[in-house]
Design a protein around this ligand. Structure first.
Ligand SMILES: Cc1cc2nc3c(=O)[nH]c(=O)nc-3n(C[C@H](O)[C@H](O)[C@H](O)COP(=O)(O)O)c2cc1C
Length: 362
């Protein structure tokens, strides 16, 4: 079983599911696991740690399945030769986020590598298309890590319309299950990119305790802002800021960012010590709004399988998006709740034979 979109042929994948280049926690292990499972794994070039990049790309040179390497564009501009390290590993694609991709596009294209650009608004999408982007990722504010203010349901159809079929558009931000993949395809996306869901995977190089906090987090327990960047002396250009789990440190400084700045030396020292000690009451667990959908630390292949199966069932009309969350038995405040009326969908009603869905892209 697979979901076919134009992305599959372009990237050489079986499933239109991409893993995000999450700084150094998306190492070769996660990238390879996602790609071997038929998705598209993207190594996290992040802020450009050369030794780490050389070591992880070396591991990927051995693998047959196509993969990508991602960079934070404004950071790559400080060490542009890191692109050569990445290209030497012969990735199928380089992904650039957060900054003008134009200075790097010619080298990427000359190497015969695809250029994926993650964008947060229409101006950035036009800039990426002008640079020759082959794939656009429309990232909504729900995303874990850095991003901007537009929501996924707003930005995805807007970028789909802007791209007008010239390049495939992938949706990112707040997606954690098959319902998200199905919904994004309904909005015109040809696939999804997920970070937070793959953070809580067995192959991710993140700390075990951070993964467990993601699994334990309920919906609505993340915040977007500048607190963790200020606390680690890592100033980002506008309009970007970062989303993470709300912890003691975030609670302490939310709404008091000016005061944090006034005490930044002391705060940064405490924060660095907490990061080194793995104290996630102070150090941020960088994660997005999909945390409420994530309950286990699963192998990457299983995550992809579950998401694709669920989306396939929804898109082919065999399953209603709500069927797995229907309470059973249906008991309300006043005792037994009446059965769903004729017009509403129930789990049993969705158990019908598969029928090809007209909107499925081939
Ligand atoms: C822990 C973490 C680190 C991230 N680091 C990067 C990064 O270094 N470069 C990048 O382009 N995006 C990074 N992102 C953002 C992802 O590219 C992607 O937009 C986001 O994860 C999608 O939203 P989701 O987390 O809800 O799946 C990161 C996301 C997370 C959760």
């Amino acid at each position: 079983m697979s979901i076919e979109t134009p992305l599959n042929g372009l990237l050489g994948i079986r499933h239109p599911v991409l893993s995000a280049p999450m700084d150094v926690i998306a190492g070769a292990r996660l990238t390879a696991a996602v790609s071997r499972a038929g998705g598209f794994g993207i190594l996290g070039g992040g802020y450009g740690e050369r030794t780490w990049l050389e070591q992880e790309t070396d591991k990927l040179k051995q693998q047959a399945a196509p993969f990508g390497i991602g960079f934070i564009t404004w950071s790559l501009a400080k060490q542009p030769d890191l692109l050569d390290v990445a290209l030497a590993a012969r990735p199928r694609a380089i992904m650039l986020s957060f900054g003008d991709p134009k200075p790097f596009a010619p080298r990427i294209k000359q190497a015969g590598t695809l250029l994926i650009c993650q964008v947060q608004d229409e101006a950035m999408a036009r800039q990426a298309l002008d640079a020759g982007a082959d794939i656009l990722i429309a990232q909504g504010s729900e995303a874990g890590g850095h991003g901007a203010s537009r929501t996924t349901i707003d930005i995805v159809p807007s970028i789909v319309d802007l791209a007008a079929g010239r390049v495939p558009v992938v949706a990112a931000g707040g997606i954690g299950d098959g319902r998200g993949l199905a919904a994004m395809m309904m909005l015109g996306a040809t696939g999804i990119l997920m970070g937070t869901r793959f953070y809580a995977s067995q192959e991710c190089d993140g700390a075990e305790q951070a993964k467990q906090r993601i699994c334990a987090a309920t919906a609505g327990t993340t915040t977007r802002g500048i607190i963790f960047d200020l606390s680690r002396n890592n100033v980002w250009p506008a309009p970007f800021n970062g989303r993470c789990l709300i912890n003691d440190h975030a609670r302490r400084w939310m709404g008091r960012e000016i005061e944090l700045l006034q005490n930044v030396t002391e705060v940064a020292a405490d924060y660095a010590a907490a990061r080194a000690a793995g104290n996630f009451d102070i150090a941020a667990v960088i994660a997005g709004q999909a945390v409420g959908l994530i309950h286990d630390i699963a192998p990457a292949a299983e995550i992809i399988d579950r998401i694709v199966s669920e989306a396939d069932q929804i898109l082919s009309g065999r399953r209603n998006s709500a069927s797995r969350v229907l309470p059973s038995p249906l008991v309300g405040e006043g005792g037994a709740r009446s059965a769903p009326d004729e017009g509403s969908l129930s789990a049993s009603k969705m158990s019908v034979e598969p029928t090809p869905h007209p909107s499925r892209m081939r």
